[in-house]
Design a protein around this ligand. Structure first.
Ligand code: ZN
Length: 203
């Protein structure tokens, strides 16, 4: 399976990193080896001095599809989740400045935290979901899916023109503002519509 991730999908986050607002969604992939095993602590890798948290709403793909029309996208997922796209910002900045791919900064082991899944029928409107990340019990990132530049169904349509989506693939839909550095002994927890879906200790 693969993790398909969207960058620059919230205007406030584009601003905080002084990035350009993209014409099309920014897409990258993490390998399945990036998934942090459940209940495991996150160890800061030795190749980075600046690992950032990025909390993101997740969508689990339930069947194979290619060239999915936006109006049919809802039939390709039932479960919504929340996770973290850990990013080695120092390495990413270096790669970006050289015009090189981001994989080392985004796809390293443990860089994908995946929380509990919730059936989408539990929500009234997927384009109005509040979510947040707290660090040591203080809220550091807060967002709502209504602030996405590209919404879930549009993203599925877009990414499926390039990649065949398969059962079990996970879409990371981008992060709102408030990304920041983590250090050993930090404790992160993510909430979707007020319910905690994951927590992770930093080592
Ligand atoms: Zn991200």
């Amino acid at each position: 399976m693969k993790l398909i991730c969207i960058g620059r999908n919230y205007a406030d986050h584009i601003k905080e990193l002084a990035n350009e607002r993209p014409k099309d969604p920014v897409v990258f992939i993490k390998p399945d080896s990036a998934i942090l095993p459940k209940e495991q602590d996150f160890y800061i890798p030795e190749f980075s001095e600046e690992i950032h948290h990025e909390v993101e709403v997740l969508v689990k793909i339930k069947k194979v599809g290619k060239h999915i029309e936006e109006k049919f996208a809802p039939s390709y997922y039932d479960e919504i989740g929340l996770g973290i796209d850990f990013t080695a910002r120092d390495l990413q900045s270096e790669l970006k400045s050289k015009g090189l791919p981001w994989e080392k900064a985004k796809g390293f082991d443990g860089s994908a935290v995946i929380g509990k899944w919730v059936d989408k029928s539990k929500f009234n409107d997927l384009n109005d979901l509040d979510f947040s990340l707290s660090k040591n019990d203080e809220v550091v990132q807060q967002g709502n899916t209504n602030l996405m530049l590209w919404k879930i169904d549009g993203l599925i349509a877009y990414v499926s023109t390039f990649f065949t989506l398969k059962k079990g693939d996970i879409l990371f839909t981008g992060t709102p503002a408030g990304v920041g550095k983590i250090v050993p002994n930090d404790y992160l927890a993510g909430k979707l519509q007020g319910h905690e879906l994951f927590s992770v200790k930093i080592k």
